[in-house]
Design a binder for this molecule. Structure first.
Ligand SMILES: [Zn+2]
Length: 173
């Protein structure tokens, strides 16, 4: 909670002064959580949930350390936000994530009724928001989340490529 409120004034100020860069500011904060994942030896993906200019959920990718295949950054951030709100539906919330969500996360985003999804880098291997399939645009699914991709895509992708490069080097030593 304290961490949330520390970041909130900065974010609120940005939201009030320049709406065009709000997505980039929020993605920077998600990137910080991706760096935390990398430090823990996890594939670096980070996510935050924002409601009314306040961060209410944060998540770092952590399936290895938690022995939990569902511990993707988006799921953790949405769990955190749902606990904060005391509600399983995250109405009027925006989810920022550094990598295009997979099918599991895209499904959870729809179950949570996330209003808007903003992601950074595309994921040509498991991306379910346009790269492999697009669950967000499936007319047979009844909830439709507004979606923006490619925000700070270069930075978000570089964190991942640097991580995998380092891991390859470590294996070759
Ligand atoms: Zn996922």
């Amino acid at each position: 909670m304290n961490e949330h409120s520390l970041l909130a004034p900065l974010l609120m100020e940005t939201l009030l002064t320049d709406t065009t860069s709000t997505d980039q500011v929020c993605m920077q904060l998600a990137l910080q959580l991706a760096y935390l994942a990398a430090q823990a030896g996890e594939v670096p993906v980070g996510a935050i949930v924002v409601k009314d200019g306040v961060i209410i959920g944060r998540g770092s990718n952590a399936p290895i350390g938690t022995h939990d295949p569902t511990a993707h950054a988006e799921i953790s951030a949405m769990r955190d936000a749902a606990q904060h709100l005391g509600n399983y539906r995250l109405v009027n919330c925006t989810l920022y994530v550094t990598l295009e969500p997979c099918a599991m996360c895209a499904g959870a985003i729809q179950h949570a009724r996330i209003a808007k999804l903003v992601y950074g880098a595309s994921d040509p291997k498991t991306g379910a928001c346009g790269s492999v399939i697009n669950l967000m645009a499936e007319p047979k699914l009844n909830h439709h989340t507004e979606m923006i991709g490619g925000v700070l895509a270069t930075e978000c992708g570089m964190v991942l490529s640097a991580f995998f490069k380092q891991r390859r080097q470590n294996k070759n030593q």
